[in-house]
Design a protein around this ligand. Sequence first.
Ligand code: CUA
Length: 352
Amino acid sequence: MNGSPRTPIRRALLLICALTAMISLLLILAVPAFAQEGTPPQPSALAPAGPNSAAIASLFTIVLVMASVVFVVVEGLIIISAFRFRRRAKDATEPTQVHGNTKAEIAWTILPALIVVTLFVMALQTQQTLDTRPVAAAEQMTVKVIGHQFWWEYQYPDQNITTTTDLVIPVGKVVNLEISSADVIHSFWVPQLNGKTDAFPNHVNLTWIEANTPGTYYGQCAELCGASHANMRVVVVAKTPDEFDQWVKQQQAGPAEPTDALAQQGQQTFMTGACIGCHTINGTAANGKIGPNLTHVASRTSLAGGSLPNTEGNLRRWLSNPPAVKPGSIMPNLNLTNTEIDALVAYLQTLK
Ligand code: CUA
C-alpha cells in the first residue's frame, strides 16, 4: 500500500487497540472490588469461609497475578511498538524486513512453557489439598446430599435427620458430603466453602466442606438441569457446636401437633389430600418420597428450592401455583381454594 501512513483505518485500528487494552486493564483492576462485594446472597468464590475455598481462592489469586503480569508486558510491548515504529509521513520506503531471531524464539518458547508447568504443579497441589480430608474421626460428620429437580435433599445418617433447602452444619468440623442425584445431573456448589461437585444418578461423589465461622453461605446448582436450574439454590447454615446440637434435637423431635382450629383444619386437608403422596411428615400417614420432607418445614430459611424466603406470603404464593413460582416444578397446581390454602399455611407454619 502506498497511501498516506495515517489513513483513517489505521487510526481507528490504533484507537481500538488502545481502548481494548484499557478496558481489559480496568476489568482486571475491578476484580478485587467484586471480591469485597461477596456479601450474601451473592455467593462469591473470592470471599472464602473454609479451608477448601481458601485453597481455591489463593490459587486463583496467584494465577491472576501471573496472568496480569503477562498481560501488561505483552500488551505494553504491542502498544509501545505500534506507536514507536508506526509508519510516518516521511517514510517513503518499506522498513528492512527481518525474520527469525533464535534467542528471542527460544525465550518465548521456554518462558510460557515454564509458566504453564508452574500453574499445572500448583493446580495439582490444590487438588490434593481438596481431596485430602482431615482424618480425626471425632472432627467429622457425614451428610448425604441428593439433587432433585429442583431442590436439594440432605440426609444425616448418624443423626437420623432428613431435611431440605438448608444444609445445617457445625463450624470447625469436617462435613463429608456424599453427593448423588435422584434424577438428572446437578452440581453442588457453595463458592465460599468449596468448588463444584457433580451430582449423578446412581453414583456417589465424595467431597467435604468446613466452615470457619458461623453464618449463612449461599450456593447454586451449577449444572443445567432443567427449567428451574437457576432456582435451585443451596443455603448452608453454619452454627456453633451448641446451636448445632440444639438444631439436631429439634429436627429429631416429632412434628408439632397443631392446637388452633385453622391449623388443625389444615392438617386434616394435608393428611386427606394429595400432599401425602409426595411429602413425608415423620410419624404420620404422610410418607411420600418425591417431594421434600416437611416435618420441620417452618424451621427452614427458604422455600421452593431455596429461591424464596420462608414467609407466610411466599408459602401462600407457592401453594396457589407452584409451577408459576418455580417453572418445571414437579409439584403441580392443585387448584386449592383460598380456604384450603389458609388452613394449609396455618398448619405448615406450626411445623417448626
Ligand atoms: Cu440442578 Cu441445575
